[in-house]
Design a protein around this ligand. Structure first.
Ligand code: IDP
Ligand code: MG
Length: 151
């Protein structure tokens, strides 16, 4: 099953939106297979966002990502990478579609509540930064059996 890495960023935790983000994931019947709250070190933040090194917003992104706790998660489901990106909305909240997390809860491009991996390679890379494989729980949900019936 496809996996993605999702993180409630420090602004989401500060605004009390951990539950809101998790609710949206649960409402879509996606499967949470790992979750932890942590304060990210400079080193982990730099590793996570290494594709953005050298961009003008990188120093601010580093300060933001390390300024308070985050909630890191592994989410599984069919096409989950695209599904989570759609739930989050466009990077810039001003351009995010109505009903998305970023449209409803964010004001600024830097402080946009949630991170979701953008492709399979990023998902695998990001998951391995935050989780050991033995922290990812394997279990089944009823929907998976129902999906089998559609095949
Ligand atoms: P994504 O989070 O939608 O995948 P990326 O382009 O990968 O967006 O950027 C990573 C994060 O860097 C964004 O979520 C946002 O917090 C921040 N960011 C991206 N572009 C800008 C910008 O132009 N100014 C300030 N911050 C930005
Ligand atoms: Mg990205």
């Amino acid at each position: 099953m496809e996996r993605t890495f999702v993180m409630v960023k420090p602004d989401g935790v500060d605004k009390g939106l951990i539950g809101e983000v998790i609710s949206r994931i649960e409402n879509k019947n996606l499967k949470i297979t790992a979750m932890k709250m942590m304060k990210i070190s400079e080193q982990i933040a730099g590793e996570h966002y290494k594709e953005h090194v050298g961009k003008p917003f990188f120093p601010a992104l580093m300060r933001f990502t390390t300024m308070g706790p985050v909630v890191a998660m592994v989410i599984e489901g069919p096409n989950v990478i695209e599904v989570m990106r759609k739930l989050a909305g466009a990077t810039n909240p001003m351009e995010a579609a109505p009903g998305t997390i970023r449209k409803e809860y964010a004001m600024y491009v830097t402080y946009n509540i949630v991170h979701c991996s953008d492709c399979v390679d990023s998902a695998n890379r990001e998951i391995s930064i935050f989780f050991n494989e033995n922290e990812i729980v394997s279990y089944s949900k009823s929907l998976e059996k129902w999906n089998e019936l559609l095949k």
